[in-house]
Every structure is written in C-alpha cells, then in structure tokens.
Design a protein around this ligand. Structure first.
Ligand code: HEM
Length: 507
C-alpha cells in the first residue's frame, strides 16, 4: 500500500514535471527550499549576534550615571561599521550626524566609539582632559610622531612639554620665521607660472614641506643635495594615516623607513649643536638641551618630527582651499588687492617687505583665512578616550570607549554664522562675531581644536596663510580647471582631483 502510494506520488510528479538540464522541478524546489532555510538561519543568527553585540554595549552600565547610550548603530559583531567607514570616508560621519544628531555611537576600527559635535557638548567634553578624558592618538601616528611627542604624551607631562615647546612659537620667533616663509612662498609661486598646469594641492604641499623643513629643522636645499631628506619627509606626510602594519611596500612601512632618514638628519644637527646662521625650532629647543629643565634627546627628536608633520598636511590643505575659494570668488580677490594697494604692497616687485605688525593689520586677508578654515577645516576632528564613565549632552559615554569630537559638523550646524553655506569673508569684519565666539559661543568655530590640546601652531599657521594670500594676490593670476570639483576630507581636506590650476605672472 505504502509502495503504491509513493509510486503514485512519483508518477504525479513525473506527469507534472519536465526535466531541464537534468534537474527536475521537484529537485529545484527542494534546493530552493533548502537555500531559503539556510539564508533564513544565517539571517536569524546574524540578527541574534547583533542583538548580543548591542546588548554587550548596553550592558556597560555605571550605577552612578543613569543615562542612556547615545543613538547609533554598533554594526556587525567585532567588525562594527568599519566597512562603511572605509567605504565612505568622512561622508560616514556626515551621514550619521544627519541621521542621529550631535552625539551618536558606532563601532569602527575595532573599537566602540562615540562621536560628539555641537559647541556646548564639545565645550563640556574637552575640558575634562586630563582626569576624565585622555588623548588617544591613532597607532600609526603614535609610532611615527614618537612616544615623547606632545601629541602623544598625557597629563602633567603633556602640560610641561607643551610649555617648553611653546618657546618655538612666541612673538619673537614668529617674527624670525617671516623672511624664510615669504622668500620660499615667492619662489615657489613664481615657479608655478612656468608650467602649463599644476595640481594645486600637490604644489601647496611641496611648498609647505620646504617651509616646515626649514623652520623646524633648519634644513636648506644645500644641506640635502640629493633631496633625500625632503623626499623622506613627503613620504611620511603622505602615509601618516595608514594601517599600522609593517608590510614591505605598505604605507606604514614606507613612513617608518623614511622617518629614520629624518631622525638621522636631526641627530646630525643635534650633535653639531645646530646651525647658528638662522633660527629654527630645533635650535630653540637645543638652547636648554642638557640642562635640568631642558628636553631629552628623544623628546627633541620626537617633537621636531611632530612640528614638521603637524604643520605641513594641515597648512597645505588650508593653502590649497584658499587657492580654490579665491579662484571661485574673484570679487574677494579684488578686495584683497584693494587692501594691499592701500598699504603700498600690491606692486612691490621684490624684496622681503612683510613684518609681523603689517601682516596683522591686513584685515581682508585675515578674514579670508578665517572663512576658509570655517568652510574647509583641514582637521575634521580628533580622538580621545574616556578614563571614566562620562555624561555628555544627556548621554552616557562608557569608560574606555573612544570619543571623537567633530569640527566639521560643529562649524556647519552652528547658528552663530548667518548664511553659513556662503563663502563670505566680510562676516569676520564684524568684531562682535569674534567676541561672541570667544565668550558665549566658544567651540562653535574650532579649526585649531580647543581646550588643553589647542593647536600649538595656530598663530604660525594663520601667519603663513596670510603671507600666502599676499604673495598670491600680488604675484599671479590663476584659473581653476575644475572649480566644481568635490571636496574630500580624508586624509585631509582637499579637492578630490587635487585642484588642477594654471598660473600666469601678474603684470
Ligand atoms: C591650518 C593649519 C593647522 C590646523 C587647522 C591645525 C589644527 C590642529 C588641531 C585641530 C589640533 C588639535 C588636535 C586635538 O584636539 O587632538 C592641533 C594640534 C596641534 N598642532 Fe596644529 N594645526 C595647524 C597647523 C599647525 C602648525 C603650523 C603646527 C606647528 C608648527 C602645528 C602643531 C600642532 C601641535 C604640536 C599640536 C598638538 C598640541 C597638543 O597636543 O597639545 N599645527 N592642530
């Protein structure tokens, strides 16, 4: 009976089935069912593990702080949202900010992380360093800057190191650096005119590389006949943000190898006790070398390398953004030229004629610098780590989680600036704006960071940007080949095509 029934069923199948490529509909149906069941099982398992993963995060409670974790997504177990971050770059943060608001959680690069934006949140966050919050330099940058770098050390050591290093950027030192900056800028800018087309970001990077090598190390082209030191420095600069894995040919490997060349150069100058011909940061640090209060050899090496790196990528980005914005807004360039003309600077043909007071008096140029840094901040944010459970903006940040503050989102969303999408340097002529930013709206504008880690090179960078604008405006005219290029933010803020541009000498 059973046999008859099964034969009957087989026959029915045979009647209604046809064979295609040797697979019957029954077999295809079974395979389909099996794969659907498998997919469902994988999906449920994945959902379940994500739930466990989220619960692991939610479970990190602190009885003293009864606040929720911020909104956001922890992504896949262990992988988190790293694949989205790697895929989207800085747009990852913009999208999540639009979705979740000023404070949200995520899990990237192997660690749970909370991104914090908005002036009042950042204000409350950054001043908790060093007791509740600590610096958290990415591993690759830490290895390249060195363990004794001011950007790596924490607590009391950071405070005293920063004080010693600030002797390199006092008023008198800035005055000393002006001739080198102006001379190097003039010769680079004029050399751009001899080529049909240059890449704006690349030439600004080379320019800043030469200036920082000279200001920080006392390097001169004559010292570096085969260009080895300069090439090594550019290699480090271009591979600063890379996976900290030493694979031959990889970015990190190249940067560490190149750092040795820079360290050898620093050591040579260190043992010859500097070059007294002209002042550089290394010479200034050497004044107290060997004294009780002075820095050790390792501290001097790590911090001159830090100055070099911190001052090049950031400023190259700022210069190329200035080039881009003035290229797109000729009316602003006209205002700069009018200002230079009124000071008798516009048609100065040669010579080193700028001084600190004159630079500070150039209101139009200074306004352009501030506006460029508002719309295109070179540094999008920086990492910290919670030392204890923190409460920020009504949310809980669990102990040991990474915290990243966001400069870009903060500057773009604040209501302190009217028509904030617009490039409008004139807004900075209103001195009440600066006063508001210093007092009630502090941290609404923070291209140089804020709190104990405020950029050490802020005044130097603004001075360099101003000198660049003066020399550009009076020496050359230029045409952007792709004024509508997309601006990307990682590894630094720049046009995604590196800003192709043609220069001609201004008559
Ligand atoms: C437009 C140019 C620049 C921008 C936008 C910029 C931005 C920043 C920002 C946002 C920070 C804070 C990072 C944090 O909170 O973790 C910082 C720190 C720092 N910057 Fe700059 N920077 C610029 C130029 C320079 C220059 C020219 C130098 C030196 C010659 C320099 C040296 C440093 C150092 C040493 C630190 C670490 C300070 C500390 O950890 O206490 N920067 N910079």
């Amino acid at each position: 009976m059973l046999l008859l029934k099964s034969t009957f069923i087989d026959n029915v199948y045979n009647v209604i089935s046809f064979r295609f490529c040797g697979i019957s509909v029954k077999e295809a149906k079974d395979t389909l069912l099996a794969s659907a069941a498998f997919t469902l099982a994988v999906y449920l398992l994945a959902k379940f593990s994500c739930l466990l993963w989220d619960n692991y995060a939610l479970g990190l409670r602190d009885p003293n702080i009864n606040l929720p974790l911020p909104p956001g997504n922890m992504g896949w177990p262990f992988l988190g949202e790293s694949h989205h971050f790697i895929n989207k770059g800085a747009a990852f943060f913009t999208e999540r900010h639009a979705k979740y608001g000023d404070i949200y959680k995520t899990h990237i690069l192997g660690r749970p992380m909370i991104r914090v934006s908005g002036a009042s949140n950042i204000r409350s966050l950054l001043n908790r360093e060093p007791h509740q919050l600590t610096m958290s330099t990415p591993t690759s940058a830490k290895r390249i800057f060195g363990e004794q770098s001011v950007a790596v050390v924490t607590g009391q050591k950071h405070r005293s190191m920063k004080k010693k290093l600030s002797t390199c950027v006092t008023y008198q030192r800035l005055v000393d650096y002006i001739p080198c900056i102006q001379e190097t800028m003039r010769s680079h800018i004029l050399s751009w005119c001899s080529k049909e087309e240059v890449l704006g970001f690349m030439v600004c990077e080379e320019l800043m590389c030469d200036i920082m090598l000279e200001i920080a190390l006392g390097w001169r082209k004559e010292h570096d006949v085969d260009g080895q030191v300069r090439a090594a420095f550019l290699t480090i600069n271009r591979n600063l943000i890379s996976l900290p894995v030493k694979i031959p040919g990889g970015g990190f490997y190249k940067a560490i190898k190149a750092k040795k060349i820079i360290v050898d150069f620093v050591k040579k100058r260190l043992y010859s006790k500097g070059d007294k011909d002209h002042v550089c940061m290394l010479d200034i640090l050497l004044i107290s070398y060997g004294e009780e209060e002075g820095l050790t050899e390792e501290e001097i090496i790590d911090n001159t390398v830090t100055f070099l790196l911190a001052g090049t990528g950031t400023t190259s980005s700022a210069l190329s953004s200035s080039l881009m914005m003035l290229g797109k807004h000729p009316e602003v360039l006209t205002d700069i030229r009018k200002e230079l003309d009124s000071k008798g600077l516009l048609n100065a043909e040669s010579g080193i004629d700028l001084n600190y007071e004159l630079i500070q008096s150039l209101d139009s140029c200074q306004s352009v610098c501030k506006e460029v840094l508002r719309l295109h901040p070179p540094v999008g944010g920086s990492f910290r780590q919670a030392q204890t459970t923190l409460d920020v903006g009504g949310y809980r940040i669990p102990k040991e989680w990474k915290v990243m503050y966001g400069v870009r989102e903060t500057q773009f969303s604040t209501t302190v600036f009217e028509n904030r999408e617009m490039f409008f340097p004139q807004r900075w002529m209103d001195k009440t704006l600066e006063e508001t930013l210093r007092t009630s709206a502090s941290c609404s504008y923070m291209p140089f960071g804020s709190g104990p880690r405020l950029c050490l090179g802020k005044s130097l960078a603004l001075m360099e940007m101003t000198i660049f604008l003066v020399e550009l405006a009076r020496l050359v005219m230029w045409k952007l080949h792709n004024p509508n290029a997309k601006v990307i933010h990682l590894p630094v803020t720049k046009a995604n095509d590196n800003l192709p541009v043609s220069f001609t000498r201004r008559s």
